[in-house]
Design a binder for this molecule. Structure first.
Ligand SMILES: *Cc1c(COP(=O)(O)O)cnc(C)c1O
Length: 380
């Protein structure tokens, strides 16, 4: 079986795990958590890092750190993994769903500008959504597959409306945009280290920022809001701590982040060159000004639909190849069927059910990629 995305744990993972066991530091106390926080901040180009138990809890921590709470609105693209919307719901807030740019598959800066202009007004120094009376509290772009949206425009718009930009960079570690590292683009940036991401800690996440106040708050909130070594707490906190075991694996993985991202980029390039002449498919986007972290690779089937893609996946599986469909947008998900949506989500609807992700583990060989592409060509 050629798997979709399995981790490569052949570095220092075993050695560091043994250290956890030998020292008895298996829980959230221990040196690896702090080491991971330093490493991830440096890789992202930020001063501070806060490790969390998952990407989702990292997003929730970041939102709470910025004061986002009940009934607030947070802008996200509808084309994302459900965790982006769920983290907002966990604050008691509501997502405001916007469309994507068809080239990058990330938040459309043009629509963001228009939607804010048409639908908001300032009341008592707060930005209010006219249709619902809710406060608009933040913009959360998603770095889809490691692609970066037009962040120059998004940040400019955010300054015009005085909104923080909190990026869901779950799978974008190692990405760069116009010479900047991935954490230098937004006010706060969140990664996931889930098992299928480019860098994994088994499960885990981290938020990074240059804002020391926010980082301090994030750490406090995510570690039960304890204020002394005794049982004193100053708010309702969360137990979103990463354990030393998770961080041990994460540190070993982060040591190889350059190698992994280069490999992911090579996989994307190889698929795109092998499939460039193939009828009935178009390629995953290749972006100017961006070093995408190319989390997943695959193809777009322009005349595809969910049934057709599912059928392709079944046939590929019979031939020993694991392929999958990709994110179903938030506005089509049951818990968000009454969500607040932009005027049109046309680009999202055009692309989401045409994407087929193909095997792209960092350990995949060029020969295996060729087997996948030849099988796919035959099938189509
Ligand atoms: C993986 C992912 C998440 C969630 O991360 P977990 O670590 O699984 O909680 C959130 N957003 C996006 C865009 C993701 O790809």
């Amino acid at each position: 079986m050629i798997s979709l995305a399995i981790p490569d744990l052949s570095g220092n993972e075993r050695k560091y795990l043994n250290e956890c066991i030998d020292t008895t530091f298996v829980s959230s106390v221990g040196p690896f958590v702090e080491r991971l926080e330093k490493m991830v901040a440096e890789i992202a180009g930020c001063k501070c890092g806060v490790a969390t138990s998952s990407g989702t809890t990292g997003l929730h921590t970041a939102l709470v750190s910025y004061g986002i709470g009940r009934d607030d609105l947070v802008i996200i693209p509808s084309f994302t993994f459900i965790a982006t919307a769920n983290a907002i719901s966990h604050c008691g807030a509501v997502p405001w769903l916007m469309d994507i740019d068809p080239v990058t598959w990330t938040l459309s800066a043009n629509q963001l500008r228009t939607e804010l202009y048409d639908n908001t007004e300032t009341q008592d120094g707060q930005l209010i959504h006219k249709g619902t009376g809710r406060r608009v509290a933040a913009i959360m772009p998603v770095y889809t597959l490691g692609n970066i949206p037009d962040m120059d425009s998004i940040v400019n718009i955010s300054r015009d409306y005085n909104l923080p930009v909190i990026a869901d960079a779950a799978a974008a570690i190692g990405a760069e945009y116009k010479g900047k590292k991935v954490g230098e683009l937004a006010d706060c940036t969140v990664f996931s280290f889930n098992g299928n991401k480019t860098v994994t800690s088994g499960g885990g996440g981290a938020m990074v920022t240059d804002n020391e106040e926010i980082a301090k708050r994030g750490k406090h909130i995510s570690t039960t809001a304890r204020i002394s070594t005794e049982y004193d707490f100053d708010m309702v906190g969360y137990n979103y701590r990463m354990t030393n075991i998770q961080a041990a694996i994460g540190c070993a993985q982060l040591e190889r982040v350059e190698e992994f991202v280069n490999k992911k980029r090579h996989i994307r390039e190889t698929y795109n060159s092998l499939l460039s002449e193939c009828d009935g498919v178009s390629l995953f986007p290749e972006l100017e000004n961006t070093r995408s972290s190319c989390w997943f690779s695959g193809v777009v089937i322009p005349d595809g639909n969910p049934d057709k893609l599912r059928e392709i996946c079944v046939i590929l599986k019979e031939k020993g190849i694991e392929a999958r469909t990709f994110w179903k947008p938030i506005h089509l998900q049951k818990p968000y069927e009454h969500a607040i949506c932009a005027k049109t989500l046309e680009q999202t609807e055009n692309v989401w059910d045409k994407i087929l992700t193909l095997p792209c583990s960092t350990s995949i060989t060029d020969e295996e990629i060729e087997i996948v592409t030849n099988t796919l060509k035959e099938l189509l």
